[in-house]
Design a binder for this molecule. Sequence first.
Ligand code: NAP
Length: 320
Amino acid sequence: MAKIYDVLIIGAGPAGLTAAIYTCRKKLSTLIVSMDLGGQTARTSYMENYPGMESVNGNKLVEKIYKQAAKFGADFVLGKKVSNLEKKNKNFTAKFSDGSEYSSKTVILAFGKIPRSLGIPGENEYLGKGLSVCVTCDAPMYSGKITAIIGGGNSALESAVYMASISKKVYLIHRRDEFRGDEITAEKIKKMKNIEILFDTIPVEIKGSEFLHTLIVENSETGERRELKVDGVFSEIGYEVNVDFLNKLVEVNEKNEIIIDFNCHTSRPGIFAAGDATIIPYKQTIIAAGEGAKAALEAYAYIKNESVGIDWGKKSNTPR
Ligand code: NAP
């Protein structure tokens, strides 16, 4: 008979990996399934707000958390996407499109978000041919060149700082007249001489031949269009949650974020959730990691048939 894991974790970002450290240390058999390792954190060039790390590359941080989870005995299936999650009798089964499946007593949903689409002509054609959604992965290709970064959140701002440090010129294109990301990074950007900020500006079209060479943008106030001659474009416009494979097993909000209580319980007993795929408002690496730890301890309590509050031995109901 196929093994039934105590915990199946979907997603290997900071939330999923941290959850695995905690479940493994509680001696629960744990399987992590994920398309990639590290999620959005792995695509972050540098972070200055992770406690204990003055400045750290997101990918390096994730590698460390991964090694820690593996050291404590987590099993991994990477590079595969769960196409269907079902509840069968008391257990849950995650199925993949190749027909393979894994079962578990509990599930922790920690699959984060996927990059939002720009929805402009040329986007699909030039993705991977000059258009990138990952500065950390693709930045070295544009060393000494001219690039454009689209977005006004922390991802775009941090990417702009990094790209400006290695490239000739960076256009930072934001659709409003103020940034959404942290003020401290915005201030840094305003002082960098090789960053040209285009506020109130939307991307309209990407053009090129074999590789992209032009980004057409439009000022939303004046309607004026500019053709920016660039070697690369980074789309850093945020992420969205894909919950189709969950088959309505858990409740989600209008943004498809998984509804959880403050102890990471979803609406379905035995399924917990943590990180950016949930309604928790602050999509931060440190918060995702903390939520992953909470979800893991709650999965342990569920398996041991304990109530919440195991850290301090209290038994209480969890209000939603
Ligand atoms: P985000 O905060 O959702 O920002 C997305 C940006 O893209 C916004 O400025 C948005 O404009 C713009 N945008 C959205 N759709 C667009 C479109 N179709 N065309 C043009 N612009 C568009 O996403 P994020 O920057 O990826 O960050 C996601 C979360 O991760 C945030 O909570 C962020 O703080 C966090 N994060 C944290 C760190 C860190 O801890 N160091 C690093 C990176 C990210 P509007 O402002 O007008 O909505």
